[in-house]
Design a protein. Sequence first.
Length: 404
Amino acid sequence: MALFERKLLFISFVGMLFFGSIDSLRSIMTPLIQKDLHLNYLELSGAFSLGSFGYLAGSFLGGLVIDKKGLKFVTVWGSFLIAVGLLLYMNVENYSLFASGFVLAGIGGGFLEIGINGAVPAVAKSAEDQARYFNWLHGFYGVGASGLPILSIWILQLSPDWRSGFWVELVLLSFILLFVIFFRYGQVTTHSGKPHSQRETVPNTIKSGGYTRLVGLLLAILAYVMAEVGYATWLPTYLLQVRALPLSEGALYLSGFYLVFTAGRLSAHWWIHRIGQEKTVMISSTLGILLVGTAIVWRGEAAMALFIVSGICFAAIFPTIAAIACSLYANQAGRILGYLFTASGLGALVGNGMIGVIANTYGIEWAFSGIICFLTCVFLCMLAVIRSKERIPTDESFVHSKNS
C-alpha cells in the first residue's frame, strides 16, 4: 500500500475513533445532562432524534457530493460543523438552542462519516480488502467507545461538569480538522482510479447489483442502527434506574461491551470469509437476540455479564453490510455509502425517538427491551437478501469494475 493510502486510512481510523468516543461519552453523560438541564425522557430523546435527523441529512448530502467534490471537501465541512454544534450545546441552557446544537453536530457527523468511510472503496483493491478495511475502520469506533468510559470516570472525578469530556473531544476533532486541511488529498473520490467515461450510471449500477438486495441491505442497516444506538445510548441509564447500579459501574459495563465489540471487529476478517458475509449478519443478529433477551429477563448476577458479552454479536453487522453493498455496487460506492448512512441516520432517529417515547410512557425497562425487536428485523432483512435471486458479483468482477 502506498504512503498516501496509508495516510488516508490513518485519518479515517482517527475519525472513527472520534465517533466511538463521543457516542460513548454522550451515553455516559446522559443522566447528568438530563439532571443539569431538567429534561424529561421525551425532551432528551427529542434532542438525540434531532441530532439523528441532522446526521440523516448530512449523510444523504455527503453521498451526493463526495464523488464530485472529493473526500477532503466532505471531511473538512463535517469536522467544522460538528465543532460548531458541540460548542453550541455545551454552552447554552435554552432547550431550543441545545437541540439546535445536536442538529448541526448531526449534519457534520453525516458528512464526516461519509468522508472517512469513503476512504475504504478509494484504496481497496478487492472485495476481501473492503471487508477487512471496513471491519478495521469500524473496529476503531469500538476502541474509542471502550476507552472513553474509563477516561470519563477519571474526568468526572476531577470535574463533575458533564461538559468537561466534550472539551477533550474537541481537541481530538481539532487534530482531525487540521490534518485534513493540510493533507494533500487532490481530487480523491471513492472511485478516483476509474475514468469518468467508464463509470456506470446510478440506475445501471443498482440494476446490476439488484434492487431487492439494495432495499434489504438498507433496511438491515436501519434496523441494526436502531439496535446499536438504543443499546449504547440507554444502557447506562437502564443500569442506573432498573438495576440500581451507580453511574460509574454503568460506564464500566458500556466500556466492557465496546471492548468485546472492538475485539470482534478487529478479528472479523479472520472468520467472516469462512462463514459468508450474509450468514455472518444473520448469525450475529440471532445471537444478539438471545444474549440481550437473556440479560434483560434473567435478573441474576451472572446475567449482568451478558450485557458485556453481547458486544460480540453487534461487532460485525454494520461493516459487513457496508462491504456487501460496496462490492455489489462498486461503480457508485460513494452514492451507495450515502444511502447506507442515510438509512443509518434514519435508524438512529427512529430508534432514539421510539425508546424515548416508550420510556416516558411505560418506563425505561420496557423501552430497552425494544432492542430485541430491532435485532429481529435485522435477521429478517438479511434473510430476504439471501433468498433474493440476484447474483452477487465475484471478486474478479469487483476488481474489473474498479480498474476497467
